[in-house]
Design a protein around this ligand. Structure first.
Ligand code: G3I
Length: 369
């Protein structure tokens, strides 16, 4: 093909264009992929949090400590851990008090030992909850006064066992319905511990916890109470009343189990407003069970997830009363989401192969901004 100068010109610029197209494609392709955010520093999340006086925590399970990657990340990236299940009533007190050996502290103790050997703090979860109550309690046909004895004994034994090892406890978890009414539970009214109406049983168990360890910070913890809504209003009124009457409560935990739908300026603004009103009551605020579930692990979803992880972390950084950003696990390999939300998952900052996801860098940047 005899190539005229024009055609040469076209060809060369065609050649140029080809190169450009290839480059663009490559860029485009890469733009498609979850661009790993440029590392703002080589600080660990723990270090970035310490600079902000914020504990970076995660839920953990003792059976995973023998996994090298799990232990390495847990012991280096986090300043706090919390037993995902092993300090709950059903697992730590599986047998009746009449049994020679009613308690099983092995899992909780293993996590505390790991934390201590990595200079991490431990947050306790949870003393009074409607879930994971052992059969010997549920089927024990206890009267209210007997049940009160069971619960006071449980709180005293568990809290004193971990005194000076656990710095804060979710004393009560998820006691309100979404409409702000009290959730019906064995501890409240089925038959309940006989403390009286409304939040009286919560007041009672907080007093028992304070007696057991006067130095532990006592929290109320719940989900779907991040925004200003009927549930957070009920929690707010309870905490306000308790603070006024000197009922021992030191903080509120916001679980923050969310999806990408939470990445809405109105929701984030409402979360900030909610944190601010609770802060004015003089309590500490903890984000206790953060995970952001996805429908897929596409680059776009991972990038959107990172954005929201950064925004929620920033809400804590901007609120002086917020002392903890804790995720509900840290690797997609060990997450409650897929079993609970069919078809969803990929909710945590590390993937199932313990590789950092864009969310990791987003949290670090939010802490370092
Ligand atoms: O211990 C038994 C084990 O013996 C048995 O072989 C196995 C098979 O079924 O089940 C094990 O118990 C499971 C337990 O986790 C310990 O792994 C329960 O079935 C399972 O339901 C339980 O799920 C936990 C769930 O709380 C219980 O409601 C999740 O791991 C845990 O992530 C989840 O955590 C809660 C927080 O405490 C409160 N906020 C919400 C959050 C998510 O639901």
């Amino acid at each position: 093909m005899r190539v005229s100068s024009w055609s040469k010109a076209i060809l060369s610029c065609a050649g140029g264009v080809c190169v450009a197209v290839v480059l663009l494609c490559l860029a485009g392709f890469h733009a498609g992929a979850a661009q790993p955010l440029p590392a703002s520093s080589d600080a660990t999340l723990r270090q970035a949090g310490e600079a902000r006086h914020i504990y970076i925590g995660t839920a953990a399970a003792s059976r995973f400590l023998e996994e090298a990657d799990y232990a390495a990340i847990l012991g280096s990236e986090f300043s706090q851990l919390q037993a995902e299940n092993e300090m709950k009533f059903g697992l730590i007190h599986p047998r009746p008090d009449s049994d020679a050996n009613p308690y099983d502290f092995r899992g909780g103790d293993a996590l505390v030992a790991f934390a201590q050997s990595h200079q991490m703090v431990v947050r306790g979860h949870t003393l009074v909850w409607h879930n994971q109550v052992p059969d010997w309690v549920k089927k024990g046909s206890y009267s209210s006064s007997q049940l009160a004895g069971v619960l006071q004994g449980h709180i005293h034994t568990v809290v004193t066992h971990y005194a000076s090892k656990v710095y804060a406890w979710d004393v009560v978890n998820e006691a309100f319905n979404d409409d702000g009414s009290m959730r019906h539970t064995i501890w409240y009214d089925q038959p309940g511990i006989g403390a009286g109406p409304g939040t009286k049983y919560i007041e009672q168990v907080l007093r028992w916890a304070r007696e057991a360890d006067p130095s532990a910070k006592l929290f109320y913890n719940d989900y779907d109470a991040e925004e200003v809504n009927k549930k957070s209003d009920a929690i707010y009124e309870m905490v306000k009343d308790f603070r006024k009457r000197g009922v021992p409560i030191d903080g509120v935990g916001f679980q923050a189990h969310v999806s990408l739908k939470f990445d809405d300026p109105k929701k984030l603004e409402s979360f900030a407003k909610n944190l601010e009103r609770f802060a004015k009551l003089g309590v500490d605020l903890h984000i206790t069970e953060l995970d952001i579930r996805l429908n897929d692990s596409s680059a776009t979803s991972l990038a959107a997830q990172a954005k929201l992880y950064g925004e929620i972390t920033t809400l804590c950084v901007q609120q002086p009363a917020c002392k903890v950003v804790q995720t509900w696990g840290f690797t997609d390999k060990h997450s409650w989401i897929p079993a609970f939300y069919k078809g969803q998952g990929w909710a945590l900052p590390w993937d199932a192969d313990y590789r950092k996801k864009p969310a990791y860098e987003a949290v670090r940047q939010a802490l370092e901004k």
